[in-house]
Write a new protein. Structure first.
Length: 570
């Protein structure tokens, strides 16, 4: 009671207090810790090299929350917030299962469980600092306020607001505890973190999925309700529904979940869309190395229509995160993200062009063995999907800007991962064949000044006018550099990041990537933002996205056989 009294006094004075909790070490791998729920947050100390501990929060002899966290043993890398205002005020019990006894991942001197630094490091606080403390955090790309992020999920546009949900770990900056985080924007550049939208439940953690604006109340949740479908990742992978009547801020889970099941182990990432051709909803989801297609009138009851994939494209990894969209001229694009199997290792986005009648997708390439088409030829462009209900019938896409080969190891701690710039997708034809066109969205372009400046900036856009053969070099005072070569005769664009900065965290990071240009490039747009370079043909024929981690920002650009202009952010 004395501890609780001093905590209340500290809260009254606006203080954050940290003290040793009432800790009971029951065994080398089992600890109980009693906490007060009077503050807004309990800050948990994390040490990333440790294995995950499993934490159950218990109130009134019932488990009210479960999570995994890499609790600190030797040192504290950072803190993550456990929101206490979600629990009944008073006290709660943390029932903690540790991964193993008296050792760490690297230590040869075992540490007694009772001496782990986390027990004395836990803090109460009424605030959690989300300020940008990482030198590599982008300025104009979306990143999580804290913690880990991977696939973009459930994206939709409504009433002037772009809603982005994303695979989020609120309790550490490595993959775990999959939850839908939520961010909003009015310009696709400046984002506001809205908290956790859909959290794990008895069916499992919350994997990727989609959300639609149900304008005509087909599901019965209300006119203009937001209906989300996601993968419940429990003992198996099943599909579940949730709906929102407050424009995506909070969701209610459908009591009839799961609504789709399968005996296929990798059965996930549902993407719904309204198809006016059949006056019904369509759904495409990944099932092993196929894409299953369904139809529905009410978003709850789905009829299997067909599958696509056998013999088409790259099958070196699991097919994931699909999308299917009608393009100009009656053509359709089917997006299929794959991991591994990318053109330069790891994860990447492939696509297929064809026709779709609401029942079956038919690829226009008759030769099943043809080489895969990649939407982006860098190493850091994955899980690409588009916003539902985008204005003017546009197909606005975001990708996860990382690669599963090293995503958990990149040299950031406060957060991990960013999204690509927003890109508009369409079609173009080259030598009689249709390809996906990728252009920076008008919202992205509007973020930059119309007036060029002289010096290279950590966050800027560089427009390079190319000639037949152009060499572009970005460098800094540390001798680090990224070189890019446009070869008009060969019809290729190459980026070399082998000397770009820190590459030590993974043998797979240092790389040279090459893309076909499918025609001449007149203007190359370089979107540079602290730790990433996105190279796009201004006409949409080529895209390449690569992360970089320079010791100091690149401050020099040299262009041989070409010219350039640098545009700062407004």
């Amino acid at each position: 009671m004395k501890k609780l009294f001093f905590l209340i006094i500290a809260q009254f004075l606006g203080l954050s207090i940290s003290y040793a909790q009432e800790t009971h070490v029951l065994s080398d791998t089992h600890v109980m810790q009693r906490i007060s729920t009077s503050s807004k947050y309990l800050l948990l100390p994390v040490e990333e090299k440790q294995e995950n501990a499993h934490i159950r929060v218990i109130q009134d002899n019932k488990v009210v929350k479960e999570l995994n966290c890499r609790l600190a043993v030797n040192n504290v890398d950072y803190f993550v917030p456990l929101a206490l205002d979600n629990f009944k005020e008073g006290e709660a019990l943390l029932d903690i299962s540790l991964p193993r006894a008296n050792t760490t991942a690297t230590s040869t001197n075992p540490i007694a469980t009772k001496d782990y630094v986390c027990w004395k490091g836990i803090k109460y606080s009424d605030s959690f600092d989300k300020a940008n403390k990482e030198k590599f955090r982008p300025t104009y790309h979306h990143t999580p306020a804290f913690g880990w992020m991977n696939d973009p999920n459930g994206m939709f546009y409504k009433d002037g607001v772009w809603h982005l949900y994303f695979q989020h770990n609120p309790y550490g900056s490595q993959w775990e505890n999959m939850t839908w985080g939520h961010s909003t924007s009015r310009d696709l550049v400046h984002w506001t973190f809205e908290g956790e939208a859909i959290e794990p439940d008895a069916l499992g953690t919350i994997f990727s999925g989609s959300a639609v604006v149900d304008k005509n109340n087909t599901a019965g949740f209300g006119s203009d309700a937001i209906v989300a479908m996601y993968t419940s990742a429990g003992q198996g992978q099943t599909q579940s529904l949730a709906y929102s009547t407050d424009n995506g801020k909070t969701f209610t889970k459908y009591p009839g979940n799961p609504i789709l099941t399968s005996n296929v182990p990798d059965f996930r990432d549902p993407h719904m869309f309204w198809n006016s051709d059949i006056n019904k909803w369509n759904l495409i989801l990944a099932a092993g190395q196929r894409m299953n297609i369904y139809s529905s009138s009410n978003l709850k009851d789905w009829k299997y229509e067909s599958s696509f994939g056998d013999g088409y494209g790259n099958h070196d990894g699991v097919w994931e995160c699909p999308d299917l969209m009608r393009m100009e001229g009656g053509k359709w694009i089917l997006i299929c993200n794959i991991n591994p199997g990318g053109p330069y290792g790891g994860s990447a986005t492939q696509y297929f062009v064809g026709t779709f009648d609401g029942h079956q997708f038919i690829c226009e390439t008759p030769n099943k063995g043809e080489q895969a088409l990649w939407m982006d030829y860098g190493k850091d462009h994955y899980a690409t999907v588009t916003f539902d209900n985008a204005p003017d019938g546009r197909h606005v896409a975001l990708a996860w800007m990382s690669n599963w080969q090293y995503a958990n190891q990149v040299p950031t701690k406060q957060y991990r991962s960013a999204n690509s710039i927003a890109r508009d997708l369409s079609l173009f034809t080259y030598q009689g064949k249709n390809y996906c066109s990728v252009k920076a969205s008008k919202e992205t372009m509007a973020a930059f000044s119309d007036k060029a400046v002289k010096g290279l900036l950590p966050a800027c856009r560089v427009d390079v006018t190319l000639k037949s053969n152009t060499l572009i070099t970005l460098s800094n005072s540390k001798g680090e550099q990224v070189t890019m070569v446009y070869d008009a005769k060969a019809g290729t664009f190459t980026m070399d990041r082998t000397k770009s900065g820190d590459t030590s965290f993974s043998n797979d990071f240092a790389a040279i990537t090459k893309a076909p240009t499918r025609g001449k490039i007149k203007t190359l747009q370089l979107f540079i933002d602290h730790s990433s370079i996105e190279a796009l043909d201004a006409d949409g024929k080529m895209a390449m996205t690569n992360l970089v981690f320079p010791a100091a920002p690149y401050n020099t650009i040299k262009v041989k056989n070409g010219s350039y202009k640098i545009y700062p952010l407004k």
